[in-house]
Design a protein around this ligand. Structure first.
Ligand code: KMH
Ligand code: ZN
Length: 438
């Protein structure tokens, strides 16, 4: 932002300047998708979150979250990455790159490209900016580029497994009409999520009236429908819904899913108690291994990590260890950066980890995980909103946004075949897992 951009006393830059950047982002996205500049129709939401002043450097990004016949819905974010220091003891030109960029504005908008101007076949997903060039591939003499934060925090092997939790046990159709319930709806949503970038579907099923169920028949039906459409890894929930018995919860393992969750401790779950007594954890762990499933270790509290490690030391839990840190459940550990860093510090080298976070925490915590080298889970089970007050039209838009973010920080979103290798799932074939209850 130059001094000519400062519109108000105190060198404040007006919000319209940021919207100008979003207009450019929108135009680029439309050109990539449709081969035409298109038209900006409306902003549905704009939030100015931090002041912008002359001397600030702003990065603006965006993703297309929905593609209609002519409309393209977009989400934008502008971040301050450099700030003038305004310190009387330093030169007026002194500035610093911010270790953690500050989000200054978020917006949702809709653009339109008339049919006759759409020059490309209709795509399911937005095509996004190419990843920045690999420094190693730049010719000598190399330009001096200040490393963006991703280079500092993202490990060299940046493969990322995205999981979508598309059904859950708690969300209702009254809360969102986009919740899939039937096997057909579940399979269609799983396929949309796969197109958007997921490798793993974390799966609960429902009875026809929408009630949560662990019935092996219903579960098998959903897996068979998914298998007909896509090659995702199906991860069965053995958590089910609060109040279900261990026997009830374990039924899904009769379908021998490729993966299954192992909840590593009891906690207050909203106003309920999610019971996971130690004998039940051990029993479910043995049953998961007996079903040939790879466990994902759901940890909602610090002590749950210790419990998983104890199980491993006892020999009940076999490696490789894959942790899912579930943050922000009312009654569980909070969704904060220090929490993520601490949990990661507690797991052994070689273990893999991901973050799932509830409600409004989903986006910032999964983005943090992606920056720190972890994996990420999004979807309606944990969060039904794309933005404040804007329902996500299923889990796929949440996945598309997460995948776009992943690529923007240098992570490579892997397909199910590669995810099977990374997670130690053997028989790494598309049809792996037997959908029939045995
Ligand atoms: N529905 C929650 C009580 C899991 O899937 O393993 C438990 C849950 C965990 O969703
Ligand atoms: Zn679940």
């Amino acid at each position: 932002m130059g001094s000519h951009d400062a519109h108000y006393a105190g060198e404040l830059v007006d919000g319209a300047r940021i919207l100008g950047l979003f207009g450019d982002v929108a135009t680029e996205l439309l050109i990539r998708l449709d081969g035409d500049e298109g038209l900006f129709r409306a902003y549905e939401a704009i939030e100015f979150l931090a002041p912008v002043k002359a001397g600030d450097y702003i990065e603006a990004t965006g993703v297309i979250s929905k593609v209609g016949t002519t409309s393209r819905t977009m989400a934008f974010e502008a971040r301050k990455v450099v700030q003038n220091l305004r310190d009387a003891s330093l030169a007026a030109s002194a500035a610093d790159a911010l270790a953690d960029p500050v989000v200054v504005c978020r917006a949702l908008g809709t653009c339109v490209v008339p049919r006759e101007l759409q020059r490309r076949p209709r795509l399911v997903l937005p095509s996004l900016s190419a990843a920045p060039p690999d420094l190693a591939q730049l010719p000598e003499p190399r330009p001096i580029i200040t490393p963006p934060p991703r280079v500092i925090v993202t490990p060299p092997s940046g493969e990322l497994i995205l999981t979508a939790a598309i059904v859950g046990a708690e969300i209702t159709r009254e809360q969102t009409p986009w919740l899939p319930i039937t096997a057909k709806e579940i399979a269609e949503e799983a396929a949309r999520c796969r197109d958007a970038g997921v490798a793993v579907i974390h799966l609960h099923v429902r009875t026809p009236d929408g009630a949560p169920s662990q019935d092996a028949g219903l579960f098998g039906e959903a897996v068979a429908a998914i298998r007909e459409k896509t090659d995702v890894i199906v991860q069965a929930s053995t958590g089910g819904a609060v109040g279900m018995s261990g026997e009830e919860r374990a039924q899904v393992l009769q379908c021998r899913p490729e993966m299954a969750t192992l909840n590593c401790g009891t906690l207050n779950f909203g106003n309920d108690v999610f019971q996971n007594p130690r004998p039940l954890i051990r029993d479910l762990c043995q049953r998961i291994h007996a079903a040939g499933s790879v466990p994902e270790l759901e940890c909602y509290e610090v002590g749950h990590v210790d419990e998983a490690l104890r199980l491993h030391a006892e020999g009940v839990l076999k490696g490789p260890l894959h942790f899912q840190f579930v943050l922000g459940v009312p009654g569980g550990i909070g969704a904060r950066e220090d929490v993520v860093r601490f949990l990661v510090s507690q797991i052994p080298p070689g273990a893999t980890w991901g973050v799932a976070a509830v409600g409004r925490h989903q986006r910032p915590m999964t983005e943090l995980a992606m920056r720190l080298g972890g994996h990420a889970r999004v979807g309606l089970e944990d969060n039904i909103y794309l933005e404040k007050g804007v329902l996500a039209e299923g889990s796929a838009p949440l996945v598309a946004r997460a995948a776009a973010y992943a690529r923007s920080v240098g992570r490579e979103v892997v397909d199910p075949a590669r995810a099977r290798q990374l997670l130690g799932i053997s028989g790494a074939t598309v049809g792996a897992g037997d959908a029939r209850a045995q």
